[in-house]
Design a protein around this ligand. Structure first.
Ligand SMILES: Cc1cc2nc3c(=O)[nH]c(=O)nc-3n(C[C@H](O)[C@H](O)[C@H](O)COP(=O)(O)OP(=O)(O)OC[C@H]3O[C@@H](n4cnc5c(N)ncnc54)[C@H](O)[C@@H]3O)c2cc1C
Length: 340
């Protein structure tokens, strides 16, 4: 089941999820098992909403694991990268439904970000910054605010030097905003404001490649500036970058394990030979911050580096071997990055 299928049903019963990714098209099992995330300094990734799992293991047995009963085993299994078995059921935390407003600002000066990064990222329930890394500015700031007393975002015409947009925008301003969720402060249900892209339309730009790196929150600005220095290498191959914030969690294989993060995302033009040469350059610049790559996107980080930045990786290997001793669910990705 995809979030796009679940959310309208959930909303019709008066409930909501805490957060969503940039698109509702993705599957719930696929998102949780790869630690897919949205934005918001107080919002954990989508996997943190999972409170129980039912998994069909290699021997055909159905195992049930829950946050309440299985402690560390459960925390090891949620971001499972498909290694433990087939997830047949996921139980998610829900909350009462809520309404949101979305505002977009254009052209936030980099100098303002340097001065006020925390204030900008914390200014609403979910904040995303889009940039092509050029001209010392962030092209767009997407602000998603809950319509609730005490939470309302005050949509002044100017926001840290950026200007309030007067029409709906695509993250890549030149593209039509037809596939984007409603902006301009029009109130709407949570599931039609938390994603950037609408169900029923091609999300993002369609044909593209993606990479994303998680950096501990305390190194956010240094990491952003490290990528900004690479702008003339990055921009020719880039459609757009996005910077988001995610709260810390306790899921073993989550890139936010025990650390609040910001993420640096790259939507690349579909040119893998060029992108594959660029990723090691970016990864080298981000290595001092122990940057962790998104499991569901393209990276070239070595297996040895992954081991050094995932403290729980050895225990995750043991957990996987417990449920899949013969490696029935192993694939090339898992062999290389986890078991290699
Ligand atoms: C346009 C676009 C926008 C995106 N935006 C975001 C974003 O905002 N934030 C973000 O974090 N990521 C984003 N992503 C990447 C996203 O994290 C991955 O696509 C992710 O894998 C989501 O699930 P999926 O439906 O694509 O999963 P799938 O490709 O179905 O699954 C991913 C992996 O999960 C495992 N898996 C899937 N189903 C099961 C199951 N039932 N049992 C066991 N294992 C299973 C498998 O190992 C599989 O390879 C985006 C991707 C695209 C294409």
């Amino acid at each position: 089941m995809s979030y796009g299928q679940l959310c309208p049903y959930l909303d019709s019963k008066g409930f909501a999820l805490h957060n969503l990714a940039s698109l509702p098209h993705i599957s719930i099992a696929g998102a949780c098992t790869t630690a897919t995330h949205g934005s918001g300094v107080k919002n954990g990734n989508l996997a943190t909403a999972a409170s129980a799992l039912e998994i069909v293991t290699a021997d055909g047995e159905l195992i049930k694991l829950s946050r309440q009963n299985d402690g560390e085993t459960f925390r090891g299994a949620v971001v499972g990268l498909g290694a433990l078995g087939v997830i047949a059921k996921v139980t998610l935390d829900i909350q009462p439904t809520f309404m949101m407003r979305q505002y977009v600002y254009e052209n936030l000066p980099l100098a303002q970000l340097k001065e006020h990064f925390d204030a900008i990222e914390s200014s609403a329930y979910s904040v995303s910054l889009f940039t092509d890394w050029q001209k010392q500015r962030l092209n767009e700031v997407w602000i998603k605010s809950r319509v609730e007393a005490g939470h309302a975002f005050d949509a002044t015409p100017e926001f840290f030097g950026a200007k309030l947009a007067t029409r709906n925008l695509h993250p890549i301003a030149e593209l039509s905003a037809e596939n984007c969720t409603e902006q301009m402060g029009v109130p709407g249900p949570w599931y039609e404001r938390l994603p950037h892209f609408r169900m029923g339309f091609t999300p993002s730009a369609g044909k593209e490649l993606q990479s994303e790196y998680f950096v501990p929150r305390e190194h956010a600005l240094e990491a952003i500036l490290a990528v900004e220095r690479l702008r003339d290498q990055v921009t020719p191959h880039l459609m757009i970058s996005e910077i988001r914030a995610i709260a810390a969690d306790d899921l073993w294989m989550s890139p936010c394990y025990k650390q609040a993060c910001i993420t640096l995302h790259f939507t690349w033009k579909q040119d893998w030979p060029a992108v594959s040469k660029l990723l090691p350059v970016i990864e080298k610049e981000l290595a001092p911050f122990n940057a962790r790559p998104h499991w569901g996107k393209l990276f070239t980080t070595s297996p040895a580096s992954l081991k050094s930045i995932y403290a729980k990786l050895p225990e995750f290997v043991q957990l996987s071997k417990k449920y899949d001793p013969q490696g029935k669910f192993r694939n090339e990705f898992l062999e290389r990055n986890i078991f290699g």
